[in-house]
Design a protein around this ligand. Structure first.
Ligand SMILES: *Cc1c(COP(=O)(O)O)cnc(C)c1O
Length: 403
């Protein structure tokens, strides 16, 4: 038997033993058809409230690449202070929702830059060459561009799932070259919005985040002093993780918030009038999502019981272990219509794709499941459908619903 990841707190069974998601049973939601992603709006609201209480005075941005589902963006627009996008397509998805937008990401084409400038979006510059193109396009359009600089810092988030920073990087501009670019932007008449310093993702270590935020604020002050210009705004990045696997425990948010408050209280005078933001994707929406897929076959092969579902890695690549994990481990998984039943049988859950990669739960101890039962995969709200190869094997698309 291999362990399953921890089911996020607050998912309960009703008296009939059915998994309930924001007041509705998984079975009733699945009547609309499977495979299905269900996103619980109340959990997103609660998560934002936790952030607000831990980080008073710090702006919160939603990085939409974690989950760009339109009704979820509508809900998020009522909760956060800004959207961070990383492509012209994402920019189009947040357009008209009335929040400030910043546009990061390498490889922005001239048409992307032009559309961002026309929409008065802040561009997070990823290179000096991109800065020159943005200035030239703004000049041609006769408008004042709002430009921030993404900094490639000399440190990185320790223990992060995906490391960015502290090394050569396609993201951002090496920190020691940033002051000269600030001066170039100001001299060119641009509106220099500030700095964007993002050093990694998915950590559960409060200590690592505390240290990172301290280094990030210090770096912002150093850059500002070297440039002899104060940034109006500093985006401190994010990196807040959620528990996915056995042994993971949730982030201690209050410890991070208390420490950041100290760091900001002691910041260099050059940052006195600077506003600060944290940008989060996964932590805001990850635990709010449940992927529901139905068992279409139950078979035994050389002693292993396989539950074959109508879903798979084409919707939920991360649960198969093929999205950035070095070692495959099981996500939190349950049989939704037997949520209160005792786990008594070792079963392996697979998707319907004709590849051995399509493994959703390996040798998991679960209630005995039958054809027609519903499998629930938790922590599916971030990097679920949007990070999966939906065209692979030409299986039907999953549907999504916000409840
Ligand atoms: C992906 C990304 C995020 C969101 O990361 P999460 O781990 O989902 O919080 C934030 N900022 C930038 C620049 C990113 O590339």
């Amino acid at each position: 038997v291999k362990p399953l990841g921890p089911i996020p707190a607050g998912y309960d069974a009703d008296t009939a033993g059915q998994l309930v998601i924001n007041g509705q049973t998984a079975a009733s939601l699945a009547n609309a058809g499977t495979p299905l992603f269900v996103y619980d709006a109340s959990r997103i609201t609660a998560q934002v409230a936790r952030f607000r209480s831990a980080f008073p005075g710090v702006a919160l941005h939603y990085a939409i690449k974690a989950n760009p589902y339109a009704p979820l963006l509508d809900h998020m627009a009522t909760l956060v202070d800004g959207f961070d996008v990383a492509s012209a397509g994402e920019l189009a998805q947040v357009a008209g929702r009335g929040l400030p937008v910043s546009f990061a990401g390498p490889g922005k084409g001239d048409a992307d830059l032009e559309s961002a400038l026309r929409q008065r979006v802040t561009i997070n510059l990823e290179s000096e060459a991109e800065a020159e193109r943005a200035l030239a396009i703004a000049n041609r359009l006769e408008l004042t561009p709002s430009l921030a600089i993404r900094v490639n810092p000399p440190f990185l988030l320790k223990g992060a799932g995906m490391k960015m920073g502290g090394q050569s990087s396609p993201f951002g501009i090496d920190h020691d070259r940033v002051p000269a670019l600030v001066q170039r932007l100001v001299a060119a008449g641009a509106d220099w919005h500030g700095l964007h310093i993002y050093a990694g993702s998915q950590t559960l270590s409060a200590d690592a985040l505390i240290e990172l935020q301290r280094e990030t604020v210090a770096l912002a002050a150093q850059v500002a002093r070297d440039a002899r210009h104060a940034p109006r705004h500093v985006n401190l990045g994010g990196g807040f993780g959620i528990p996915y696997f056995a042994g993971d425990s949730p982030l201690d948010l209050d410890a991070i918030g208390a420490s950041l408050a100290n760091t900001l209280a002691e910041r260099h005078i050059i940052l006195a009038d600077t506003s600060f933001a944290i940008e989060l994707g996964r932590w805001l929406v990850g635990e709010a999502g449940v992927y529901l897929t139905r068992i279409v076959d139950r078979k035994v092969s050389r002693g292993t019981i396989f539950l074959v579902t109508d879903g798979g890695l084409h919707h939920m690549l991360a649960a198969s272990g093929n999205f950035g994990q070095l070692l495959r481990r099981n996500y939190p998984v349950a049989i939704a219509n037997r949520f209160a039943a005792a786990p008594i049988e070792e079963q392996t859950i697979v998707g319907c794709l004709c590849t051995p990669l399509d493994l959703l739960a390996d040798q998991a101890l679960l209630p005995r499941a039958e054809v027609g039962d519903l499998v629930a995969i938790f922590c599916a709200g971030a990097y679920g459908l949007t990070a999966s190869p939906t065209a692979f094997l030409s299986q039907p698309m999953a549907t999504e619903v916000l409840v």
